[in-house]
Design a protein around this ligand. Structure first.
Ligand code: CP
Length: 311
């Protein structure tokens, strides 16, 4: 089966088989990242523009590294240092970039739907690198790759996702992806950060406490409070948030003994996660970052029409 999409806008738009294809390709490509010469000619001659309207360390850097490992040419545009500061619209920026004939635009934007808006108007492929509180598909994929490496099948696995669910595009992509893979999602967070009706997305249970969500879990995924997306303060104090929804060693003990502790980053140590857990033996946080390069190589490869099975 080939990958039939021009764009990757979210895991809600992909089938289980398409997600598995992206993960399998990432697994195959990962080996390149530990070679002495970390470069293959697969995307030679392709031009990839990273168009970032919001701050990023992991996603932007790893998309650039992924493109370079596949021999594509990359250009980075950051809204803070571009003509966006002079009032240029997203569409005008995209039209001007399109005039320079890129093959792929990787976009991060604060508005949900911005990647889809560009995808409908351009001849280039679009990869969503995070749009508002909507989706962060590359993060969802790298999270699933990290889980699959340790757990094998995700069917029937219990995944606890804890924190600011309402404003988290990471939570949404993981919920879409993991439920397609047969995992059970258990959510916990303050009621002010829990969207109404989230259970309707499938195999999703909303828990009253972090203890209930983590009990017997195979994976605990902690989320940062997305203060930049909250119009008003949604919790009494950081200390209280940490007390009720922070992950510490005592809470980890409620999960399976070999539970995977994950966090998409950036972490707020001492708020949603204690340092001894973030740096402890159950932590897979840096493996997530490592897998981010392979997953983004796979995404770039597939939207470029690559088909490893037939090459
Ligand atoms: N996880 C994630 O999206 O991190 P960055 O904001 O650093 O890209």
């Amino acid at each position: 089966m080939g990958f039939m999409h021009k764009d990757i806008l979210g895991l809600q738009f992909l089938t289980k088989e398409e997600i598995e294809l992206l993960l399998n390709t990432a697994e195959n490509l990962k080996e390149i990242n530990s070679r002495d010469i970390k470069k293959v000619p697969t995307l030679r001659g392709k031009t990839i523009v990273n168009l970032f309207y919001e701050a990023s360390t992991r996603t932007r850097t790893s998309f650039e590294i992924a493109a370079k490992r596949l021999s594509a040419d990359t250009v980075n545009i950051s809204a803070s240092t571009s003509a966006v500061q002079k009032g240029e619209t997203l569409l005008d920026t995209a039209r001007n970039v399109e005039a320079m004939k890129p093959d792929i635009i990787v976009i991060r934007h604060g508005i949900s739907g911005a990647p889809e808006y560009l995808a409908k108007r351009g001849s280039y492929s679009v990869i969503n690198a995070g749009d508002g509180a909507h989706e962060h598909p590359s993060q969802g994929l790298l999270d699933m790759l990290t889980m699959r490496e340790k757990l094998g099948s995700l069917e029937g696995r219990k995944v606890a996702i804890v924190g600011d669910i309402t404003h988290s595009r990471v939570a949404r992509s993981n919920i879409y992806g993991l439920t397609k893979m047969g995992a059970h999602i258990h959510l916990a967070g303050p009621p002010t950060m829990m969207p109404m009706g989230i259970e309707r997305l499938g195999n999703v249970t909303v828990c009253g406490t972090i203890r209930e969500a983590v009990d017997g879990a195979d994976v605990i995924m902690m989320l940062r409070i997305q203060q930049e997306r909250q119009g008003k303060t949604l919790m009494p104090s950081i200390r209280e948030y940490s007390r009720y929804f922070g992950l510490n060693r005592d809470i980890v003990k409620l999960a399976k003994p070999d539970v995977m502790v994950m966090h998409p980053g950036p972490m707020n140590r001492g708020v949603e996660i204690c340092s001894d857990v973030a740096d402890g033996p159950n932590s897979y946080i840096l493996q997530q970052v490592e897998n981010g390069v392979a997953v983004r190589m796979s995404m770039l490869y597939h939207v470029s029409g690559g088909d490893l099975a037939t090459e």
